[in-house]
Design a protein around this ligand. Structure first.
Ligand code: NAD
Length: 249
């Protein structure tokens, strides 16, 4: 039997990139996939890709920085699937590259609203469902930037550090329930997010990786797959590194 048979997973930002890779991996293990994304066009394409692989998938278009849109999207997918076992908080933006003193407060807010506040909103909406069934797996996609702090990426690094803190906190809050909450901290993965920051900053990040290579989407998906499964039973509030050796803690 497949490891995620009869389970339902909601993955934010899964129209493209790492999120789509996670959707494909969890789907291949038998999970039904709820794609939540702001991009309707790419979201529809992602559902087609998943369905071609035999995965039961549905799309809810939403800007998850808006609480009302989070609620509507989660309610729609919950009604469609009947339950929610897995939440992967993946949607994120890098923000524009620049020193802190050159960064506008509006840019800081924009990055915060998606990278941290939306993770809070998604958890707030879905945890009550998981508490009702006394089972759930939440995996937050943080970043090596949240541990190390990348120069010229203050909003990104600070909000990803916030995701690590949120994970530790809510993991402890739920430790005596059947819900596990963990996060992963990938180093550079080749996706379109890198277009937002430019080659100079990307080169800096790759040079910092002892393996001297980028991380593959499939490698992140593989780790998330375990964290999203019943096999991940005694880890919660934890930070799982996937940085090619850059952070060995
Ligand atoms: N690519 C990397 O090098 C890297 C490294 C570490 C961590 N991460 C993290 O992995 C996650 C996925 O990144 P990616 O590289 O696949 O990025 P990506 O840009 O390829 O995909 C992000 C997805 O999020 C969606 N999205 C954006 N704003 C949204 C909103 N307001 N509401 C709903 N959906 C929205 C986009 O439409 C897109 O489908 C992010 O949290 C990112 O910070 C990426």
């Amino acid at each position: 039997m497949k490891s995620l048979a009869d389970q339902c997973a909601i993955i934010t930002g899964s129209a493209t990139g790492i999120g789509l890779g996670i959707a494909e991996r969890l789907g291949s293990e038998g999970a039904k996939i709820g794609v939540i994304d702001i991009d309707e066009n790419e979201g529809m394409k992602a559902v087609q890709v998943l369905e071609k692989k035999g995965v039961h998938a549905a799309l809810a278009v939403a800007d998850i920085t808006k609480e009302s849109e989070v609620r509507t999207a989660v309610t729609k997918l919950k009604q469609q699937f009947g339950k929610i076992d897995i939440l992967v908080n993946n949607a994120g933006i890098s923000g524009a590259a620049g020193n802190l003193w050159e960064t506008t407060a509006e840019e800081m807010d924009r990055v915060y609203n998606l990278n941290l506040r939306a993770v809070f909103l998604m958890c707030k909406e879905i945890i009550p469902y998981m508490l009702n069934q006394n089972y759930g797996r939440i995996v937050n996609i943080a970043s090596i930037a949240g541990k190390e702090g990348n120069p010229k990426m203050v909003p990104y690094s600070a909000t990803k550090a916030g995701v690590i803190g949120l994970t530790k906190s809510v993991g402890k809050e739920l430790a005596e329930t059947g819900i596990r909450v963990n996060c992963v901290t990938p180093a550079v993965v080749k996706t379109k997010i890198l277009d937002q920051i430019g080659p100079e900053v990307v080169d800096y990040m790759v040079q910092k990786i002892p393996m001297k290579r980028t991380v593959e989407i499939s490698e992140v998906a593989s780790l998330v797959n375990w964290l999203a499964s019943p096999d991940c039973s005694a880890s919660t509030g934890a930070v799982f590194d996937i940085s090619g050796g850059r952070a060995t803690y």
